[in-house]
Write a protein of this length. Sequence first.
Length: 421
Amino acid sequence: MTQNTRPFEEYESEVRSYCRNFPTVFTTAKGPFLYDEDGREYIDFFCGAGGLNYGHNNDYIKEKVVEYLQSDGVMHALDMYTAPKREFLTFYEEKILKPRGLNYKIQFPGPTGTNAVEAALKLARKVKKRPGIFAMMGGFHGMTLGSVALTTDAASRAGAGVPLTNVTHIPAPYMFPELDTLKYIETLLTDDHSGVEKPAAIILETVQADGGINPFSVEWLRGIRDICDRHDILMIVDDIQVGCARTGWFFSFERADIVPDIVTQSKSIGGYGMPFALVLFKPELDIWSPGEHNGTFRGYQLSMIAARAGLEVMLNEHVEEKVRDKEKIIARYMEEIKAIAPEKIKVRGIGFVWGVDLYHCDPDGKTSKAVLDECFRHNLIVERVGRGNAVIKVMPELLIDEETLRRGLDVLKAAVKTVVG
């Protein structure tokens, strides 16, 4: 490598992580591709950890962002009334919520996913006047204290440095096939010897992404909705990583035909990789006092411009339908990868978020790291997630052309064959 990486190694904190897997200096990006200082082209199956559903530097979104910048439009307004906010709210209501039969109030918390989760937790506890939350083992919800209390991976929790309380973790349905987790939750709530108090809310991802790519079944999701209804518990869906059409539906819970009480969004709702987050909740839950939850950068104006443009791209390009169609290509490749060593390799996923689980090759992630490195050597960028970081996460942009998609999947398949086969 001829690039100068000394400033990063000398001046940047040891907390840096992704750069350790991809040791090159990136300079430009377009669509499904990243380019480094040496002019090498990489296919991006990392997708900004879900923050770039419409690809790098989407032309339509870029045009709207540049147009707004050149107009000297207001950039920072706290939560004052602005034209971009009016346009975003109106578009979101008329084009996203109403066609889906959803009636939610919209809150702009701070600009990141964990800000949205913190606001959702605070609101749920305020509404129900209970401190407890049920969360799923394998879930990832953020790195601030309330969110990391929900999150279960040991490394994230260890970074908190204080006790993480007021959360009861429930085994995810895939962890113990012999355990009826819905009945387990019901027992916690009804058995006077369970030792567990009724929570304000149950929070979950409909597809655990950082937990190892584990989609929850439609039946199970409907069962959780029923439990929440019968026991006066709020259902919170964290749609930060697997929302915005990633699963083939704009909201990942649509496939189950359920309506959560609270929904958190961030990452790709920013449209262009812009920091942006929303909390959606049923109108009767809107008991906030003015300013009771706020932040200097809530509702960043340029993100609202990019977010609206991103939603227009999603609708105009029929992204949901395209994802459900092209999912078949990824699924076929996944079966071919599994066939390399069926006793060692598991695959699972939905839409455009899939995992190649190499835990049974070794539980500490050496095999998955070797696959990641082999992919990078052949100009494909993928991430590792799950227990022991043993799962290769496949998460291309949603507008990727079929040729590039197949080319990236070919690299992945060859890498698994080289390392495992």
